[in-house]
Every structure is written in C-alpha cells, then in structure tokens.
Write a protein that binds this ligand. Structure first.
Ligand code: PFF
Length: 480
C-alpha cells in the first residue's frame, strides 16, 4: 500500500492463478464472442486482425498494467485507489475523477450487458428443451430445433423482444446470479466462480472449435478471418478496432483497478498483464474459428451484430450433426463468459459503495445490483414498448437512439475512452515515477517501452477515439 493511504481493502485473492482467472474472466465476454469475429470478417480479415493485435499490444497492454498497478498501489476501490496514488505522488486528489468515471461506466455497462446475457439464458432454455425432446425421440444426435423453418428460428429473437415479461425475467435471473456471487466476497464468491467458470469455458471453447472444424467449413472460416484486405482498413475501421480493444480488455470500467487491489505484493504485474491480454485476444480469434466454420457450413451470411449469435447460429445448429447438443453447449459457454464479465462489472461499483457508505459487502452488492437492475429494465423495455424514449435527445449522436443504444454508445464512445485517456496521462506523466516503476515489476527495455507507450502512444490513440466518438463527422471527413 502506498504511504498515506487511509482506506484500504482487507480482501485478497488466495493465489495468483485466482487473480489471473478472474481478470481473464472479466476480459473474455460477450465482446469476444460475437463482436470481434464479426468485425474481423467484415473489416479486412487478416488486415483487421493485425491492426487489432497491434492495438492490444501498444495500447491495451500498457493500460491493463496501468489500471492493475493503480489498484495494487492504492489498495482500495477505484476512486480511493487513484486518490491514494495521487496523494503518495504529491499531486492533486482531483485525479480521482477518473476513478469516478470508471465506476459510472461499469454501472451503466452492466445495465445493458445483463439484458443481453438474459437473451443467452433464454436461448439456453430453448436449447435445453430441444435437447430433451431430441433425447425423448431417441435421437440425441440430431440437429437443433428439428422441424422449425428458418423464419421460425430467426423469429424467436423478435418475439423475445416483444415478450417483455420474459425479457425482464431473464434479466432478473442473470442479475440475481451476478449479485449472489459478488455478495459472497472476493475469495468465496468471485474467485470460486472464476476458478470453476473459466476452465469450464476453455474446455467448451476447445471442444466446440474442434468439432466445428471437422463438421463445418473450416477453410472458409480461416479465409474469411485471415485473408488480408487492406482496402477495407479505413479510418473508421481502425477507430473501431481500438474501441473494441478497450472494451474487450475491460479497460476504463473499474474492473481491473478493483481486481488489482486484491493482488498480493509478490505478484509481478507486468507479465500478468501480458497474460490477460494474450488470453483475451486468443479467445477472440478462437471464437471466430469456432463460429464461422459452423455458419459457413450452413451456407449462411456472416452478418454482424447480435443476430449472428442469436439468429444465424441456431439455424446453423439445425444443419449440424448433434447440433441440438452443440447448440446447448454453445449457449452455456456464452453464459459462462458473460457471467465472469458481469461479476467484474458489479464488483467495481460495489467495492466503492462498500467503502463510501461503510455497509457490509453483501448489503452493498444487493443495493448496487438492484439499482443497476432497475436501469437494466429500462434497457430491456427500450427494445419494444419504450423504443421511442430518448435519453439524450439534445445530443445529435444519441438523438435517434433508444435507451439501450444510448447507454451502450455513451459508455463505449465517451466514458471508456475518457477514463482510459486520463489513466494514461496519470500513470505516464503525473504519478510518482518510482512508485509506478516499482509496481510494474518491469526492468530495462520493457520498462522503457511501457513508459513510452503509456505516456505517448496511449493518450494520443485513445484521445483520437474520444474525439471521433464525439465528432463522428471528423472521421467521415478524413476517410474522404
Ligand atoms: N470485456 C468484456 C467483454 O468483452 O465482453 C466486457 C467488459 C467487462 C467491459 C468488464 C468492461 C468491464 F469492466
């Protein structure tokens, strides 16, 4: 703990493995499983993957390390950790403002993240019912949703959006599970969940990928994901790659800072940050190699967004041998990934409120979770009956967006880059240099590289995302 830290957490991971799994769990989520593969496929294949990996190494990793080190040095929630480090560095405590931004970002991201995770639970239910009926019919190895037309399968998603009680029920269930885990604490809740969910996730990922490679069109998937098409690498695409790297590595949203506060002094943070980035990017790429062979084998369009996972894939599972079982396992895998991320999203605001109000962990997790839950209901309703409600009608970039998209856009385009930018300036320029260097556990050339990236490359790159997020017309102008 830095000298001068007044508040502090008494909780901690029981091992480095526990921390790494929890942090990888925070990073690997819905973002990896559909957004990355789709962006890669549509935006230049191998050229996009190369740019993305570049963003991860040059911008993502230094910021991951910066956030974890602020947490470990400050040893408290996101706001207090920044304040403690600022104090120890002899600079203004006003720097805690970006700790606030991070907590607010986590709060709002979880509101819509939980709604999407609710869709995943709904599809687990659909697939489970289907698998049992296949078993009942004595055909456990048949394709999914036998007898349904493609229209019926794709129609399920629209029907779910209109079915408000079901949508809210699924969001409720997901929030209850998330809160239940966070309420148990770091060792008994978050860590235990990660130690089970992450290995189970990796086993499912590898199994489905291998199975898909043999039964699907692996060659086309590799071609789609990796054939470099540099003509598609326009400024908006590069901007998108950077934004996706921030979201995917859980930057700017208190998760890593808060988890960092529970890391023991003898853990070397530099290599640990490297592992988190490597695992997150590896999963994103493998996710593409899992999803696209199945999609192409069914002759489907690799079109983007949520429709890929919730509409195209179920049709693909219909055409796949044992698709009924594989479809079920796939949605369980997505659920595991979403859950470890949502836990980290709730932990940031919970750790802050626990310190700020002096409540017990359990009480805090339930109160904070309930507030997020209520805003989440508005996100869910905005998919149907509240689709005309506008949160920021006076702001042109959000004027036409429903509550769900406004919260998604505001957090992703404004809050995350703002906090990431301030983190880079804080660690790169303002925080005590000796303290930062000692926390990284890096030496020589790697330390020099970290210092250069965090002080120069990160602020410039992230500052540009912020600028283009607020003024999209600038991006259109420079892309000609
Ligand atoms: N990284 C997660 C994903 O890719 O789905 C999302 C996320 C989790 C963002 C935790 C921010 C966060 F703090």
């Amino acid at each position: 703990m830095v000298a001068g830290a007044q508040t502090g957490t008494t909780e901690g991971w029981s091992s480095r493995t526990a921390f790494v799994l929890a942090a990888v769990g925070a990073a690997v989520g819905l973002g990896n499983l559909w957004r990355f593969p789709t962006l890669a496929g549509e935006s230049g294949g191998g050229a996009f993957v190369a740019v993305y990996v570049g963003c991860v190494i040059l911008i993502g990793l230094p910021l991951v390390l910066s956030e974890i080190l602020i947490g470990r040095a400050g040893r408290s929630d996101a706001v207090d950790s920044v304040r403690n480090v600022a104090k120890a560095s002899g600079i203004s405590e006003k720097w805690q403002i970006f700790g606030w931004f991070e907590i607010i970002a986590a709060f709002f991201i979880l509101t819509f993240y939980s709604v999407v995770a609710g869709w995943v639970i709904y599809y687990i239910g659909v697939m489970l019912g289907d698998f049992f009926s296949a078993l009942g019919a004595g055909e456990p190895l048949r394709g999914a949703l036998a007898g349904e037309t493609s229209e019926q399968i794709t129609g399920r998603m629209g029907a779910l959006f209109e079915n408000v009680p079901m949508l809210v029920a699924m969001h409720t269930l997901f929030m209850l599970i998330t809160i239940g885990i966070v309420a148990q604490g770091v060792t008994d809740g978050i860590e235990k969940a990660a130690m089970f969910l992450m290995p189970a996730f990796f086993v499912l990922l590898v199994l489905i990928t291998i199975y898909g490679a043999f039964t699907g069109d692996f060659g086309r998937a590799v071609e789609f994901l990796f054939t470099p098409d540099f003509s598609k690498l326009t400024p908006p695409v590069i901007n998108e790659a950077l934004g996706q790297a921030l979201f995917s590595m859980s930057l700017g949203s208190a998760a890593l800072m808060t988890y960092g506060a529970y890391v023991s002094r003898d853990t070397k943070l530099g290599p640990t940050a490297g592992m988190i980035g490597f695992a997150d990017t590896g999963v994103a790429i493998i996710a593409g190699l899992m999803i696209f062979p199945i999609v192409f084998a069914a002759g489907l369009d690799p079109a983007g967004g949520p429709t890929l996972v919730f509409q195209s894939l179920p049709i693909a599972f219909q055409n796949m041998p044992a698709g009924s079982l594989i479809g079920l396992l796939f949605f369980v895998l997505v659920f595991f990934a979403a859950l470890t991320s949502s836990i980290s999203l709730l932990e940031g605001p919970t750790a802050w409120a626990k310190e700020a109000f002096g409540w017990s962990r359990s009480k805090t997790a339930w109160i904070v979770g309930l507030c997020i839950y209520v805003v989440g209901i508005a996100c869910a309703l905005s998919l149907s009956i509240w689709s005309d409600v506008r949160l920021l009608p006076f702001w042109d970039i959000f004027a036409d967006q429903n509550i769900f998209d406004t919260i998604d856009g505001f957090t992703g385009k404004i809050l995350l880059p703002t906090s990431a930018f301030l983190t880079a300036i804080f660690v790169g320029w303002r925080a005590d240099r000796k303290l930062v260097d000692a926390e990284t556990g890096l030496q020589g050339g790697t330390l020099a590289a970290f210092r250069f990236l965090v002080a120069w490359v990160c602020p410039i790159a992230v500052g540009l995302i912020l600028l283009f997020g607020i003024f999209p017309e600038l991006l259109t102008a420079i892309s000609g």
